[in-house]
Design a protein around this ligand. Structure first.
Ligand code: B4P
Length: 190
């Protein structure tokens, strides 16, 4: 199996680039942001709890997200690999992911950090706000919260993967196609 973690601040292009990786390497896309938005749309208990955090730009508690991810992995046993998009977002989540993958006899092959300047992140998310309808894209205050959560809770995961020699930084500025080429080159060399 080829399991990749696509990593980066909000607006780095994770969702955008995941599409290229799943096509090129025949992988399954697993976005916790998308799963959570589906839960909210379906008004499930999990969705109602998650919404309280997401709408303000805060991370959803680990226990909720880890449980949801485990259930999702159980549903897709016959896959050739995953692109984990937006998961893990805390060291706790990274450890839980390693545990569940190792129980299935597999592991993360590489963690790919899309590196993008803060001004550009805000510009992209405000542009998306016009069409996405996503409450967490509406306004710089919420977007700043998301970036702050990333800096405080998510960025430290970099060291977790670096210690396993799995960390790769990719420049996330430029056209979508240019960035996809950089990613594909890195993954091909794993
Ligand atoms: P996500 O859905 O993961 O949202 P995100 O971090 O903003 O990334 P997204 O995929 O949307 O943006 P992208 O960079 O692709 O999470 C949303 C929320 O869910 C979180 O804030 C949190 O509350 C919760 N959550 C999710 N997972 C969680 C977890 N594991 N633990 C706890 N909470 C969790 O793209 C952004 C925009 O940029 C797009 O409009 C795109 O078109 C544009 N873009 C991309 N590449 C570009 C380029 N090269 N040039 C110009 N624009 C570009």
């Amino acid at each position: 199996m080829l399991n990749l973690v696509l990593f980066g601040p909000p607006g780095a292009g994770k969702g955008t680039q995941a599409d290229f990786l799943i096509k090129k390497f025949h992988l399954t896309h697993l976005s916790t942001g998308e799963l959570l938005r589906n839960q909210i749309a379906e008004r499930t208990e999990l969705g109602k709890k998650a919404e309280l955090y997401m709408d303000k730009g805060f991370l959803v508690p680990d226990s909720l997200v880890i449980e949801m991810l485990k259930n999702e992995l159980l549903e897709h046993k016959e896959v050739t690999g995953y692109v984990f998009d937006g998961f893990p977002r805390t060291v706790e989540q990274a450890k839980a992911l390693d545990e569940v993958l190792s129980k299935n006899g597999t592991e993360i092959a590489g963690m790919l950090l899309l590196s993008v300047e803060k001004d550009e992140l805000i510009k992209r998310l405000l542009a998306r706000a016009k069409t996405s309808g996503r409450p967490d894209d509406q306004g710089t205050e919420i977007i700043e919260n998301r970036i702050h959560e990333y800096d405080e809770k998510t960025r430290p995961i970099k060291d977790y993967y670096a210690a396993q020699n799995k960390f790769h930084r990719i420049r996330g500025m430029g056209s979508v196609e240019e960035i996809a080429e950089r990613l594909i080159e890195t993954v091909s060399a794993l």
